[in-house]
Design a protein around this ligand. Structure first.
Ligand SMILES: Nc1ncnc2c1ncn2[C@@H]1O[C@H](COP(=O)(O)OP(=O)(O)O)[C@@H](O)[C@H]1O
Ligand SMILES: [Mg+2]
Length: 265
């Protein structure tokens, strides 16, 4: 189980997480939705200790992540497959070496074991036989699948997917959704999937939680979220812009030095 308990995280004056609480049960796929820039990635980075909370905590199987020593954190990370928003492949390495990357860092596996696992992971994402190729030969969707294979190869208990279908066309997105479902069935993993693609959320999720203004606005089954009575959740799932976004847009554009026209209150 992954438990986020009253998590607070700010960057300078900007409060990103402000009482974020969510329990992810063993075996389920929890989809976290929310507008861009609301802190979805920040939240899951706490699970693997890439960020430390200002207050509150994240516990994985009862272990509080921010209290782990270096060796314990390495142990935790070896049980978690993290598929990043951008496929983050090493372009100078073969596909085999990309998938083997996490396994080699562990230093406790024989090369033959690594080979077996890489082959098995690539087969699971329908990329068997591509081991010797280079990432530059691959389409965006195939790169995502290599990223997925790299996470699968560690035989994780947990999978964290950060926007796995963002930037992909609908057909390729559906393939990635299918592979996430297959991965869950093959490995029995517990997953957190961050997305703002509702079609993907409905297809892979058991439950869906919406992050809004630093905390979970609503969490429920796919059916409960589809039928939500909450106007904020309803707006989001129906693809309408955030009514309180003008403030956020101003902050974001100021950060990025972009002028936003007509940001009204
Ligand atoms: N390491 C960081 N330093 C400063 N600000 C950050 C950092 N990581 C994220 N942020 C800010 O936190 C907010 C939430 O970011 P993020 O979690 O990436 O949003 P999203 O919901 O789109 O994944 C954004 O405004 C972002 O600029
Ligand atoms: Mg993000």
């Amino acid at each position: 189980m992954i438990l986020f308990e009253d998590l607070h995280k700010a960057f300078g004056p900007k409060r990103v997480l402000d009482g974020f609480t969510l329990a992810v049960r063993d075996g389920e796929t929890m989809v976290v939705i929310g507008y861009s820039g609301t802190g979805k990635s920040v939240a899951i980075k706490h699970v693997v200790g890439l960020l430390e909370p200002d207050a509150g905590r994240v516990a994985v199987d009862g272990q509080v992540v921010s209290e782990l020593d270096r060796a314990q954190l390495t142990g935790l990370r070896s049980r978690i497959g993290f598929v990043f928003q951008f496929a983050a492949l090493f372009d100078s390495m073969t596909i085999f070496d990309n998938v083997a990357f996490g396994l080699r860092r562990r230093r406790d596996l024989a090369e033959s074991e690594i080979e077996d696992r890489v082959r098995e992971a690539l087969a699971l994402v329908d990329l068997a036989g591509t081991e010797a190729g280079m990432p530059s030969e691959l389409s965006g969707g195939m790169r995502k699948r290599v990223g997925l294979a790299r996470a699968i190869a560690v035989r994780p208990t947990y999978m964290l997917y950060d926007e796995p279908t963002t930037g992909l066309d609908p057909v390729t997105s559906a393939v990635i959704d299918e592979l996430m479902i297959r991965t869950r069935e093959a490995l029995g993993v517990t997953s957190i999937v961050i997305t703002h693609d509702m079609r993907s959320a409905y297809s892979v999720g058991d439950r869906i939680a919406m992050l809004y203004q630093g905390r979970i606005r609503q969490v429920g089954t796919v059916a409960e979220i589809r039928d939500t009575a909450d106007p904020v959740v309803k707006s989001f799932i129906e693809g309408r812009p955030d009514r309180s976004a003008s403030e956020a847009a101003t902050t974001l554009s100021a950060e990025e030095g972009i002028a936003v026209e007509g940001a009204q209150g």
